[in-house]
Design a protein around this ligand. Structure first.
Ligand code: KG4
Ligand code: ZN
Length: 354
């Protein structure tokens, strides 16, 4: 089967073609990603209206390029998958309308994929991994621990009560004048920093359950910056290192607890999987490798370019769903919010978003 996948839910306009199914190892035939980072940079964050307009002006040629690189015509496709949410609604609408038009004209199966589900399943595109697995989903908008027991079967074990970790990375970078997006910049500066110079809090560490909170960490970073006043390059390096170490300690503690919760409810997981944009961070991956090893598990992580948003992950989630006959109608309505586990009790706390 050949599937086209479209991703426009945040600040990447992406289209990809993958082939696979029927037990064949999936192959990425093309994965074109156009980042909008430059146009949002002056605002130090994604401006939804600007994002939607940029998706609209680029989506057609990005799709054409993905088809060209895959050396396929639309007639050779079996289906088209699109991120149907959650995300910035203007962008999601652009992707969904484009996908519906292509599906209608070429009479293709249409699959509206949950963007978070695509992150959750990406690991099965890059390696053979059986269900169930423990998933740490860490992106700009989400920070959740989930038991993934099958396609479409996600059980939330814990979630953030306020900010997502990627958001905390981005805000830290912004306060330090490192620009947007902040994750990669903070990781880079942390390499030359002294993590022990600043004593930052580890919110939620040691608490029952496996929920997260990052707003206190962000506030602590702001206070240190204010105390220092004029920042020297070494100060920036040290703050980045201290922030990343604190984030690593929290992730390690929460993920370890999630593994215990998982084992009690679902038995042994096949692996600890980390996904989403923050999973591109090598320091955090190393910390999570230790957490997994302590429980006799392997850490499974997609390559960094498949951790951040891309069309291939959407196409793959579409292929997994199509293989199970889980197609959608052309009356699908784009969803700004779309929880992976609709049965999970709403998170409670200051500033809860989803
Ligand atoms: O998954 P993603 O591309 O978009 C969302 O669905 O949110 O994640 C983007 C987030 C941003 O907050 C970005 O700063 C963060 O992932 N990120 C990183 C790294 N690369 C991207 N955070 C920490 N270290 C990185 N190397
Ligand atoms: Zn994402």
């Amino acid at each position: 089967m050949n599937l086209l996948g479209i991703e426009t839910s945040c600040d990447e306009t992406s289209a990809a073609v993958i082939s696979g199914g029927n037990g064949a190892r999936p192959r990425i035939l093309s994965n074109v990603v156009l980042s909008q980072v430059e146009i949002h940079q002056p605002y130090e964050g994604v401006v939804p209206e600007i994002a939607a307009r940029a998706h609209l002006s680029h989506i057609d040629h990005i799709v054409a390029q993905a088809m060209h690189e895959a050396k396929l015509g639309f007639g050779a496709l079996d289906g088209i998958a699109v991120a149907g949410g959650p995300g910035l609604i203007g962008g999601v609408i652009v992707g969904v309308m484009t996908a519906k038009a292509i599906a209608a004209v070429h009479k293709l199966a249409f699959l509206a994929v949950n963007h978070l589900e695509a992150h959750a399943l990406t690991i099965r595109l890059t390696q053979d991994l059986e269900f169930p697995y423990l998933l740490l989903l860490v992106s700009g908008g989400h920070c959740q621990l989930l038991a993934v027991t099958g396609v479409g079967a996600y059980h939330r074990l814990g979630t953030t009560l306020d900010d997502a970790l990627g958001e905390a990375f981005d805000k830290t970078a912004k306060m330090l004048g490192l620009g947007y997006p902040g994750g990669p910049a903070v990781e880079e500066r942390a390499k030359s920093g002294d993590a022990g110079r600043f004593d930052l809090p580890r919110p939620m560490r040691g608490r029952p359950g496996c929920d997260f909170s990052f707003s206190g960490l962000k506030t602590a970073v702001r206070r240190r910056i204010e105390q220092i006043g004029e920042l020297a390059p070494a100060d920036i390096d040290d703050i980045c290192a201290a922030f990343q170490a604190a984030a690593g300690d929290v992730l390690a503690d929460r993920t370890g607890r999630a593994a215990e919760m998982f084992e009690r409810r679902f038995g042994a997981p096949s692996a600890l999987v980390v996904a989403g944009g923050v999973a591109a961070n090598q320091y955090l991956r190393a910390r999570l490798t230790d957490v997994a090893a302590a429980r006799g598990l392997a850490l499974a992580a997609p390559p960094p370019d498949l951790c951040t948003d891309n069309g291939a992950m959407i196409a793959w989630a579409g292929l997994e769903r199509l293989a199970l006959g889980l197609t959608d109608g052309l009356d699908f309505a784009p969803r700004p919010r779309w929880p992976l586990d609709p049965d999970a009790a709403p998170a409670t706390g200051a500033g809860v978003k989803a």
